[in-house]
Design a protein around this ligand. Structure first.
Ligand code: ASP
Ligand code: MG
Length: 404
Protein backbone atom coordinates (compact mmCIF):
# COMPACT_ATOMS: atom_id res chain seq x y z
CA UNK A 1 0.00 0.00 0.00
CA UNK A 2 1.47 3.34 -1.05
CA UNK A 3 1.21 6.59 0.89
CA UNK A 4 0.28 9.49 -1.38
CA UNK A 5 0.22 13.18 -0.46
CA UNK A 6 -2.05 15.26 -2.70
CA UNK A 7 -2.03 19.02 -2.34
CA UNK A 8 -4.88 21.06 -3.78
CA UNK A 9 -4.43 24.82 -4.17
CA UNK A 10 -6.92 27.63 -3.79
CA UNK A 11 -8.51 27.39 -7.25
CA UNK A 12 -8.88 23.62 -6.90
CA UNK A 13 -11.03 24.10 -3.76
CA UNK A 14 -12.48 27.43 -4.90
CA UNK A 15 -16.16 26.56 -4.43
CA UNK A 16 -18.49 23.75 -3.39
CA UNK A 17 -18.40 22.02 -6.78
CA UNK A 18 -14.64 22.09 -6.87
CA UNK A 19 -14.42 20.65 -3.38
CA UNK A 20 -16.71 17.85 -4.59
CA UNK A 21 -14.31 17.30 -7.49
CA UNK A 22 -11.37 17.05 -5.08
CA UNK A 23 -13.31 14.57 -2.94
CA UNK A 24 -13.98 12.40 -5.99
CA UNK A 25 -10.33 12.41 -6.98
CA UNK A 26 -9.22 11.55 -3.45
CA UNK A 27 -11.76 8.71 -3.33
CA UNK A 28 -10.38 7.33 -6.62
CA UNK A 29 -6.84 7.42 -5.26
CA UNK A 30 -7.91 5.66 -2.06
CA UNK A 31 -10.04 3.09 -3.93
CA UNK A 32 -6.92 2.19 -5.92
CA UNK A 33 -5.49 0.88 -2.63
CA UNK A 34 -3.51 3.85 -1.35
CA UNK A 35 -3.35 5.78 1.90
CA UNK A 36 -3.99 9.45 1.19
CA UNK A 37 -3.06 12.66 2.97
CA UNK A 38 -4.78 15.66 1.39
CA UNK A 39 -3.25 19.09 1.99
CA UNK A 40 -5.49 22.01 1.09
CA UNK A 41 -5.13 25.77 0.75
CA UNK A 42 -7.79 28.34 1.51
CA UNK A 43 -10.34 28.95 -1.26
CA UNK A 44 -8.76 31.29 -3.81
CA UNK A 45 -9.16 34.91 -2.79
CA UNK A 46 -9.91 34.15 0.87
CA UNK A 47 -6.42 34.86 2.21
CA UNK A 48 -6.21 38.14 0.28
CA UNK A 49 -9.64 39.09 1.49
CA UNK A 50 -8.72 38.48 5.12
CA UNK A 51 -5.55 40.54 4.69
CA UNK A 52 -7.58 43.41 3.21
CA UNK A 53 -9.99 43.34 6.16
CA UNK A 54 -7.14 43.33 8.64
CA UNK A 55 -5.55 46.33 6.93
CA UNK A 56 -8.86 48.18 6.82
CA UNK A 57 -8.93 48.00 10.61
CA UNK A 58 -5.25 48.58 11.21
CA UNK A 59 -2.58 49.44 8.64
CA UNK A 60 0.03 47.56 10.67
CA UNK A 61 -1.81 44.57 12.10
CA UNK A 62 -0.12 42.58 14.84
CA UNK A 63 1.56 39.55 13.28
CA UNK A 64 0.36 37.05 15.87
CA UNK A 65 -3.23 38.15 15.28
CA UNK A 66 -2.59 38.04 11.54
CA UNK A 67 -1.68 34.35 11.77
CA UNK A 68 -4.72 33.70 13.94
CA UNK A 69 -6.82 35.32 11.21
CA UNK A 70 -5.25 33.85 8.07
CA UNK A 71 -5.30 30.24 9.26
CA UNK A 72 -9.10 30.49 9.22
CA UNK A 73 -9.03 30.12 5.42
CA UNK A 74 -7.43 26.67 5.49
CA UNK A 75 -9.54 25.53 8.43
CA UNK A 76 -12.65 26.19 6.41
CA UNK A 77 -11.45 24.03 3.51
CA UNK A 78 -10.19 21.08 5.60
CA UNK A 79 -13.57 20.75 7.29
CA UNK A 80 -15.52 21.14 4.03
CA UNK A 81 -13.28 18.62 2.25
CA UNK A 82 -13.79 16.11 5.07
CA UNK A 83 -17.56 16.61 4.82
CA UNK A 84 -17.46 16.14 1.04
CA UNK A 85 -15.58 12.85 1.51
CA UNK A 86 -18.07 11.70 4.17
CA UNK A 87 -20.84 12.34 1.63
CA UNK A 88 -19.06 9.82 -0.64
CA UNK A 89 -18.83 7.34 2.27
CA UNK A 90 -15.09 7.80 2.56
CA UNK A 91 -13.85 7.88 6.16
CA UNK A 92 -11.90 11.10 6.56
CA UNK A 93 -10.73 13.39 9.31
CA UNK A 94 -9.29 16.92 9.25
CA UNK A 95 -6.19 18.04 11.16
CA UNK A 96 -4.72 21.48 11.77
CA UNK A 97 -0.97 22.02 11.41
CA UNK A 98 -0.60 21.90 15.19
CA UNK A 99 -2.55 18.64 15.42
CA UNK A 100 -0.22 17.12 12.83
CA UNK A 101 2.76 18.17 14.97
CA UNK A 102 4.14 20.74 12.52
CA UNK A 103 6.45 22.74 14.74
CA UNK A 104 7.89 26.04 13.59
CA UNK A 105 10.03 28.87 14.89
CA UNK A 106 8.07 31.80 16.42
CA UNK A 107 8.42 34.13 13.39
CA UNK A 108 4.77 34.95 12.77
CA UNK A 109 3.67 35.25 9.09
CA UNK A 110 6.95 33.72 7.82
CA UNK A 111 7.67 30.85 10.20
CA UNK A 112 10.15 28.12 9.32
CA UNK A 113 9.44 24.49 10.05
CA UNK A 114 11.70 23.10 12.78
CA UNK A 115 10.27 19.57 13.09
CA UNK A 116 7.28 17.43 12.20
CA UNK A 117 6.13 14.65 14.51
CA UNK A 118 3.06 13.85 12.43
CA UNK A 119 0.79 13.75 15.48
CA UNK A 120 -1.74 10.96 15.01
CA UNK A 121 -1.78 11.25 11.19
CA UNK A 122 -0.13 7.86 10.66
CA UNK A 123 -2.49 6.19 13.13
CA UNK A 124 -5.52 7.69 11.37
CA UNK A 125 -4.24 6.49 7.99
CA UNK A 126 -3.63 3.01 9.40
CA UNK A 127 -7.18 3.05 10.74
CA UNK A 128 -8.33 3.46 7.13
CA UNK A 129 -9.03 7.19 7.10
CA UNK A 130 -8.08 9.88 4.66
CA UNK A 131 -6.36 12.69 6.58
CA UNK A 132 -7.00 16.25 5.43
CA UNK A 133 -4.30 18.58 6.62
CA UNK A 134 -4.53 22.36 6.73
CA UNK A 135 -1.77 23.81 4.60
CA UNK A 136 0.20 26.98 5.38
CA UNK A 137 0.08 26.62 9.18
CA UNK A 138 2.06 25.29 12.08
CA UNK A 139 2.63 25.89 15.75
CA UNK A 140 5.54 27.44 17.62
CA UNK A 141 7.18 25.78 20.63
CA UNK A 142 5.08 27.91 22.99
CA UNK A 143 1.81 26.85 21.36
CA UNK A 144 1.10 29.85 19.13
CA UNK A 145 -0.43 29.39 15.68
CA UNK A 146 2.04 30.38 12.96
CA UNK A 147 1.96 30.59 9.14
CA UNK A 148 4.65 29.62 6.63
CA UNK A 149 4.59 32.60 4.25
CA UNK A 150 2.31 33.15 1.26
CA UNK A 151 1.78 30.06 -0.83
CA UNK A 152 2.87 27.99 2.18
CA UNK A 153 0.49 25.08 1.56
CA UNK A 154 2.99 23.79 -1.00
CA UNK A 155 5.58 23.68 1.76
CA UNK A 156 3.17 21.89 4.12
CA UNK A 157 2.64 19.20 1.48
CA UNK A 158 6.32 18.67 0.71
CA UNK A 159 7.23 18.70 4.40
CA UNK A 160 4.61 16.15 5.47
CA UNK A 161 5.61 13.97 2.51
CA UNK A 162 9.23 14.10 3.70
CA UNK A 163 8.38 13.52 7.37
CA UNK A 164 6.09 10.54 6.75
CA UNK A 165 8.22 9.18 3.88
CA UNK A 166 5.36 9.30 1.39
CA UNK A 167 5.79 7.31 -1.81
CA UNK A 168 4.41 10.11 -3.95
CA UNK A 169 3.70 13.83 -3.52
CA UNK A 170 1.38 15.43 -6.05
CA UNK A 171 0.94 19.19 -6.23
CA UNK A 172 -2.47 19.47 -7.89
CA UNK A 173 -3.11 22.86 -9.40
CA UNK A 174 -4.83 24.74 -12.20
CA UNK A 175 -2.13 24.03 -14.82
CA UNK A 176 -1.10 20.68 -16.32
CA UNK A 177 2.51 20.97 -15.19
CA UNK A 178 5.60 23.04 -15.89
CA UNK A 179 5.81 24.33 -19.47
CA UNK A 180 8.69 25.44 -21.68
CA UNK A 181 7.07 28.93 -21.57
CA UNK A 182 3.79 30.47 -20.47
CA UNK A 183 1.26 28.85 -22.87
CA UNK A 184 -0.84 32.05 -22.83
CA UNK A 185 2.06 33.89 -24.50
CA UNK A 186 3.56 31.06 -26.48
CA UNK A 187 0.81 28.87 -27.95
CA UNK A 188 3.17 26.05 -28.96
CA UNK A 189 4.81 25.79 -25.53
CA UNK A 190 5.14 22.17 -24.40
CA UNK A 191 4.74 20.54 -21.03
CA UNK A 192 7.99 19.19 -19.57
CA UNK A 193 7.97 15.56 -18.41
CA UNK A 194 10.61 16.29 -15.82
CA UNK A 195 12.72 19.14 -14.53
CA UNK A 196 15.39 19.55 -11.84
CA UNK A 197 14.80 21.40 -8.58
CA UNK A 198 17.34 24.01 -9.60
CA UNK A 199 15.67 24.73 -12.94
CA UNK A 200 12.31 24.97 -11.22
CA UNK A 201 13.75 27.52 -8.76
CA UNK A 202 15.36 29.57 -11.52
CA UNK A 203 12.19 29.55 -13.62
CA UNK A 204 10.14 30.68 -10.61
CA UNK A 205 12.53 33.48 -9.73
CA UNK A 206 12.36 34.53 -13.39
CA UNK A 207 8.60 34.89 -13.47
CA UNK A 208 7.21 31.38 -14.11
CA UNK A 209 5.80 30.80 -10.70
CA UNK A 210 3.95 27.52 -10.29
CA UNK A 211 4.76 26.88 -6.63
CA UNK A 212 6.17 28.49 -3.53
CA UNK A 213 9.98 28.66 -3.84
CA UNK A 214 10.57 27.65 -0.25
CA UNK A 215 8.66 24.44 -0.92
CA UNK A 216 10.93 23.61 -3.86
CA UNK A 217 14.02 24.40 -1.78
CA UNK A 218 12.73 22.14 0.99
CA UNK A 219 12.08 19.35 -1.51
CA UNK A 220 15.61 19.74 -2.87
CA UNK A 221 17.12 19.64 0.61
CA UNK A 222 15.26 16.49 1.64
CA UNK A 223 15.18 14.97 -1.84
CA UNK A 224 11.37 14.79 -2.07
CA UNK A 225 10.45 13.91 -5.64
CA UNK A 226 7.11 15.49 -6.50
CA UNK A 227 4.76 15.93 -9.44
CA UNK A 228 3.02 19.13 -10.52
CA UNK A 229 -0.25 18.18 -12.20
CA UNK A 230 -3.77 19.35 -12.88
CA UNK A 231 -6.69 19.00 -10.46
CA UNK A 232 -9.08 19.01 -13.38
CA UNK A 233 -7.86 16.20 -15.67
CA UNK A 234 -5.80 13.02 -15.46
CA UNK A 235 -2.92 14.01 -17.71
CA UNK A 236 0.50 13.15 -16.37
CA UNK A 237 2.18 16.24 -14.97
CA UNK A 238 5.82 17.31 -14.56
CA UNK A 239 8.10 15.37 -12.22
CA UNK A 240 10.45 17.59 -10.23
CA UNK A 241 13.57 15.86 -8.95
CA UNK A 242 17.33 15.89 -8.54
CA UNK A 243 19.26 16.62 -11.73
CA UNK A 244 19.90 13.49 -13.81
CA UNK A 245 22.71 13.14 -16.36
CA UNK A 246 20.23 12.90 -19.24
CA UNK A 247 18.78 16.30 -18.35
CA UNK A 248 21.99 17.90 -19.56
CA UNK A 249 21.30 16.81 -23.11
CA UNK A 250 18.66 19.50 -23.23
CA UNK A 251 20.45 22.84 -23.26
CA UNK A 252 17.48 25.05 -22.47
CA UNK A 253 14.44 23.70 -20.61
CA UNK A 254 12.34 26.82 -20.51
CA UNK A 255 11.95 30.53 -21.20
CA UNK A 256 10.53 32.73 -18.46
CA UNK A 257 9.21 36.26 -18.60
CA UNK A 258 9.06 38.62 -15.65
CA UNK A 259 7.28 41.88 -16.38
CA UNK A 260 7.45 43.11 -12.82
CA UNK A 261 10.93 44.54 -12.85
CA UNK A 262 12.17 48.10 -12.77
CA UNK A 263 15.52 49.33 -13.98
CA UNK A 264 17.23 51.93 -11.85
CA UNK A 265 20.09 54.12 -12.95
CA UNK A 266 22.02 55.76 -10.16
CA UNK A 267 24.24 58.20 -12.02
CA UNK A 268 27.23 60.30 -11.09
CA UNK A 269 28.23 58.15 -8.15
CA UNK A 270 31.79 58.56 -6.87
CA UNK A 271 34.05 56.21 -8.89
CA UNK A 272 36.09 54.81 -6.01
CA UNK A 273 36.35 51.57 -4.05
CA UNK A 274 33.43 51.05 -1.68
CA UNK A 275 30.70 52.80 -3.67
CA UNK A 276 29.05 49.61 -4.89
CA UNK A 277 29.46 47.99 -1.49
CA UNK A 278 27.76 50.94 0.18
CA UNK A 279 24.87 51.06 -2.30
CA UNK A 280 24.10 47.38 -2.37
CA UNK A 281 24.50 46.96 1.38
CA UNK A 282 21.95 49.72 1.89
CA UNK A 283 19.57 48.02 -0.56
CA UNK A 284 20.09 44.67 1.16
CA UNK A 285 19.44 46.24 4.57
CA UNK A 286 16.16 47.55 3.18
CA UNK A 287 15.36 43.99 2.07
CA UNK A 288 15.25 44.98 -1.59
CA UNK A 289 16.45 42.17 -3.82
CA UNK A 290 18.61 43.32 -6.71
CA UNK A 291 18.81 41.15 -9.78
CA UNK A 292 20.81 42.42 -12.76
CA UNK A 293 23.67 44.90 -12.27
CA UNK A 294 25.74 46.87 -14.77
CA UNK A 295 28.43 49.38 -13.84
CA UNK A 296 29.56 51.77 -16.54
CA UNK A 297 33.18 52.69 -16.96
CA UNK A 298 33.86 55.73 -14.82
CA UNK A 299 34.64 59.15 -16.24
CA UNK A 300 35.82 62.30 -14.42
CA UNK A 301 35.66 60.44 -11.12
CA UNK A 302 32.01 59.57 -11.61
CA UNK A 303 30.33 56.31 -12.54
CA UNK A 304 26.81 55.07 -13.23
CA UNK A 305 25.35 52.00 -11.66
CA UNK A 306 22.35 50.38 -13.35
CA UNK A 307 20.41 47.60 -11.65
CA UNK A 308 16.99 46.02 -11.49
CA UNK A 309 14.60 45.56 -8.56
CA UNK A 310 11.02 44.27 -8.27
CA UNK A 311 8.74 47.04 -9.49
CA UNK A 312 6.94 47.35 -6.16
CA UNK A 313 10.25 48.36 -4.56
CA UNK A 314 11.04 51.36 -6.82
CA UNK A 315 10.09 53.99 -4.29
CA UNK A 316 11.91 52.35 -1.44
CA UNK A 317 14.95 51.86 -3.67
CA UNK A 318 14.87 55.53 -4.62
CA UNK A 319 14.91 56.49 -0.98
CA UNK A 320 17.84 54.17 -0.29
CA UNK A 321 19.89 55.56 -3.20
CA UNK A 322 19.33 59.20 -2.34
CA UNK A 323 19.91 58.64 1.38
CA UNK A 324 23.09 56.65 0.78
CA UNK A 325 24.67 59.41 -1.31
CA UNK A 326 23.29 62.66 0.14
CA UNK A 327 26.24 64.81 -1.01
CA UNK A 328 26.00 63.63 -4.58
CA UNK A 329 22.26 64.31 -4.66
CA UNK A 330 21.33 65.87 -7.94
CA UNK A 331 18.42 65.62 -10.32
CA UNK A 332 20.27 62.90 -12.17
CA UNK A 333 21.02 60.67 -9.26
CA UNK A 334 18.03 58.48 -9.70
CA UNK A 335 16.07 57.36 -12.70
CA UNK A 336 13.72 54.42 -12.95
CA UNK A 337 11.96 52.64 -15.83
CA UNK A 338 9.85 49.56 -16.13
CA UNK A 339 11.70 46.69 -17.65
CA UNK A 340 10.91 43.15 -18.72
CA UNK A 341 13.26 40.29 -17.99
CA UNK A 342 13.42 37.32 -20.36
CA UNK A 343 15.40 34.34 -19.07
CA UNK A 344 16.47 31.05 -20.56
CA UNK A 345 17.05 28.30 -18.01
CA UNK A 346 18.62 24.88 -18.33
CA UNK A 347 21.10 22.64 -16.52
CA UNK A 348 22.54 21.73 -19.93
CA UNK A 349 24.14 25.19 -20.06
CA UNK A 350 26.85 23.89 -17.76
CA UNK A 351 28.16 21.65 -20.50
CA UNK A 352 27.17 23.49 -23.69
CA UNK A 353 28.57 26.72 -25.05
CA UNK A 354 26.97 29.28 -27.32
CA UNK A 355 23.74 29.77 -25.40
CA UNK A 356 24.26 33.50 -24.93
CA UNK A 357 25.20 33.93 -28.59
CA UNK A 358 22.05 32.17 -29.73
CA UNK A 359 19.88 34.19 -27.36
CA UNK A 360 21.38 37.52 -28.45
CA UNK A 361 21.12 36.55 -32.11
CA UNK A 362 17.43 35.68 -31.82
CA UNK A 363 16.75 39.08 -30.26
CA UNK A 364 18.89 40.88 -32.83
CA UNK A 365 17.00 39.31 -35.72
CA UNK A 366 13.77 40.55 -34.13
CA UNK A 367 15.35 44.04 -33.65
CA UNK A 368 14.91 43.87 -29.89
CA UNK A 369 17.44 45.90 -27.96
CA UNK A 370 19.10 44.44 -24.87
CA UNK A 371 19.60 46.84 -21.97
CA UNK A 372 21.09 44.57 -19.32
CA UNK A 373 22.33 41.02 -19.05
CA UNK A 374 22.88 38.71 -16.10
CA UNK A 375 23.99 35.11 -15.99
CA UNK A 376 24.26 32.22 -13.61
CA UNK A 377 25.50 28.71 -14.21
CA UNK A 378 22.12 27.57 -15.54
CA UNK A 379 20.41 30.84 -16.54
CA UNK A 380 20.89 33.83 -18.82
CA UNK A 381 18.57 36.81 -18.41
CA UNK A 382 18.20 39.93 -20.52
CA UNK A 383 16.44 43.15 -19.56
CA UNK A 384 14.45 44.65 -22.43
CA UNK A 385 11.73 47.20 -23.12
CA UNK A 386 8.39 45.83 -21.80
CA UNK A 387 6.77 46.52 -25.18
CA UNK A 388 8.99 43.82 -26.71
CA UNK A 389 8.49 41.31 -23.91
CA UNK A 390 6.02 38.94 -25.51
CA UNK A 391 7.62 38.89 -28.91
CA UNK A 392 11.01 38.28 -27.29
CA UNK A 393 9.64 35.31 -25.35
CA UNK A 394 8.27 33.80 -28.54
CA UNK A 395 11.36 34.29 -30.69
CA UNK A 396 13.66 32.95 -27.99
CA UNK A 397 11.41 29.93 -27.45
CA UNK A 398 11.59 29.18 -31.16
CA UNK A 399 15.32 29.80 -31.40
CA UNK A 400 15.99 27.11 -28.80
CA UNK A 401 13.71 24.67 -30.57
CA UNK A 402 11.28 24.43 -27.68
CA UNK A 403 8.05 24.61 -29.69
CA UNK A 404 6.05 21.56 -30.65
N1 ASP B 1 -3.76 30.49 1.65
C1 ASP B 1 -2.36 30.81 1.70
C2 ASP B 1 -2.05 31.89 0.68
O1 ASP B 1 -2.91 32.32 -0.07
C3 ASP B 1 -1.49 29.62 1.49
C4 ASP B 1 -1.58 28.96 0.14
O2 ASP B 1 -2.48 29.24 -0.66
O3 ASP B 1 -0.72 28.13 -0.15
O4 ASP B 1 -0.94 32.35 0.62
MG1 MG C 1 -1.77 28.85 -3.20
Amino acid sequence: MALIVQKYGGTSVGDVDRIKNVARRVKETRDAGNQVIVVVSARSGVTNDLIARARALNPMPDEREMDMLLTVGEQETIALTAMALHALDVPAVSRTGAQAGILTDPEHTRARITSISGGDVKAQLDAGKVVILAGFQGQSADGQITTLGRGGSDLSAIAIAAALKADLCQICTDVDGVYTADPRLVPNATKLDEISYEEMLELASSGSKVMQNRAVEFAQKFNVIFEVRSSFNNNPGTIVKEEAASMEDVVVSGVALDKNQAKIVASDLPDRPGTAAKLFKALADANISVDMIVQNIGRDGKANMTFTVPREDIYRAEKVVTESFPDEASGKLFEANDIAKVSVVGVGMRSHSGVAAKLFDALAVASINIQLVSTSEIKISVGIDPKDAEEATRVVHTAFGLGQ
